[in-house]
Write a protein that binds this ligand. Structure first.
Ligand code: GDP
Ligand code: CA
Length: 316
């Protein structure tokens, strides 16, 4: 069995760990969001690819959800001592090594997809991790703050401002000329089913779907998604600020409507959202919190199993 999944950062990575656990014999190809990528201190940082790689490779800081375990921050402190900006983006010493390797390989002319494969040779994530594109496209956000109305990198809005200033618009700069990375369209074509984890519907999944050719390739496939919105609110993060920016309500219904029945065949929602409906989509209400609210146990594998079983049934 071949499963293709699109993924952002933390939510996607935790779900994928469950998916891998519940289907150890399946081939899993992950198409990762690179719209959050940013160049800092001359180094190329790919937060979502790294979160997936570290989470599945056992190197993630579990409490934080991103960055490395057993991390130290000597380089960050030294940069701050020089007064070098930005100081709002936390890069640990171990994490720095990843960005140095990536930047060195980019400088030598390797495409991001090959670099990601090289990094994964160390981490052995148990999935094939592909960037959505080798072409640089970055999410920028138009805001008005103390410096006036301007476009900032997504990370500046998300990390420095914690999305506290409304996004007037969100644009994926450079996407028009971007091509899917080698292997992306082939994987989708060969896939038995496609699973959309609970990732940010605007700046993670929405970004991947904007790369010319990816959404089109997905349309004929059986696609099952897990709602990232429960009872009218994001589970973590500030997805509501992203949805508001594109004029979409923060509900499981509105996210399904945004993706559309053309793309989605099955949609998992939480029990409190059991009223969600869309013609042509099988909506299943079941617990979809990856951390069990009572025991705190990680039940991502159980949710992934639910999504996969629904997809296999719909594909038949
Ligand atoms: P990010 O990099 O942290 O934004 O991670 P993603 O891009 O993967 O998006 C996380 C999205 O998934 C957010 O909108 C969360 O509300 C949602 N999410 C996080 N944890 C869970 C969970 O346990 N269950 C569900 N259904 N959604 C979740
Ligand atoms: Ca992200």
């Amino acid at each position: 069995m071949h499963i293709v999944s699109l993924a952002g950062g933390i939510g996607g990575a935790r779900f994928l760990r469950g998916l891998r656990e519940t289907s150890p014999d399946a081939r899993i190809t992950v198409i990762g969001n690179t719209g959050d990528d940013i160049t800092l201190f001359g180094l190329r940082v790919c937060p979502d690819l790294d979160t997936v790689m570290y989470t599945l490779g056992g190197g993630i800081n579990e409490e934080q959800g991103w960055g490395r375990t057993k991390e130290t921050h000597v380089v960050k402190e030294e940069l701050a001592a020089y007064g070098v900006e930005p100081q709002w983006f936390g890069l640990g010493d171990r994490d720095f090594a990843t960005h140095i390797v990536r930047s060195q390989m980019l400088e030598a002319g390797f495409p991001l997809s090959q670099i990601t494969r090289a990094l994964c040779a160390r981490w052995q994530p148990g999935v094939e991790l592909l960037p959505m594109s080798d072409d640089r496209c970055e999410t920028h956000v138009v805001i008005t703050d103390e410096r006036g109305r301007r476009a900032v990198h997504f990370q500046e809005w998300w990390v420095r401002l914690r999305a506290s200033v409304p996004a007037e618009s969100i644009a994926l700069v450079g996407v028009d000329g971007a091509k899917p990375a080698p292997g992306v369209l082939e994987a989708i074509e060969e896939a038995d089913v496609v699973i959309l984890p609970p990732s940010n519907p605007v700046v993670s999944i929405g970004t991947i779907l904007q790369v010319p050719g990816i959404r089109e390739a997905l349309l004929p496939k059986t696609v099952v998604g897990v709602s990232p919105i429960i009872g009218g609110a994001p589970v973590r993060g500030m997805a509501d600020a992203c949805l508001t920016a594109i004029g979409v309500e923060t509900t499981a219904q509105a996210v399904l409507d945004l993706y559309g029945a053309e793309l989605i065949d099955g949609w998992l929602v939480a029990p409190e959202d059991s009223g969600v409906r869309l013609d042509g989509v099988r909506v299943v209400a079941r617990p979809i919190l990856m951390r069990d609210p009572e025991t705190g146990a990680d039940v991502a594998a159980d949710i992934a199993r639910g999504a996969l079983d629904l997809a296999l049934e719909l594909a038949r």
